[in-house]
Write a protein that binds this ligand. Sequence first.
Ligand SMILES: [Zn+2]
Length: 139
Amino acid sequence: MIVFDLRCAKDHVFEAWFPDSKTFDRQAKKKQVVCPICGDTRVEKALMAPNISTGRKKDAEKEQAQAAKVMRALSEIRRQVEDNCDYVGPQFAEEARKIHHGETEERGIYGEATKEESKELADEGIEVGVIPWVPRADN
Ligand SMILES: [Zn+2]
């Protein structure tokens, strides 16, 4: 096993273990190496001088703690959405439109929409929020 300091395109630095260097190269190429902080798959080996690596690592730890906080907050949002809104799945855009035009009962809904659908809704003046969907904290 070998440990690498890796850096994603957003400059997050993290450590990851691989059976060997070739495995990292192969997985990185296939975008199987994922930044644990932002989920970016554009990951490369971080070339760091030892004297700055400690500070960097502390920053990464701080960012990870911060990321954990964000994840907790997001999972709380998810819990509230699930408790208070109707799940409409991929029909989200259609339902949001119906509610907007008073064609169906006004209520909170959630579901999946493509980027195009979200944009169309925004263009029509229909307010929708996009939240990163994270695993529930109580699972
Ligand atoms: Zn990242």
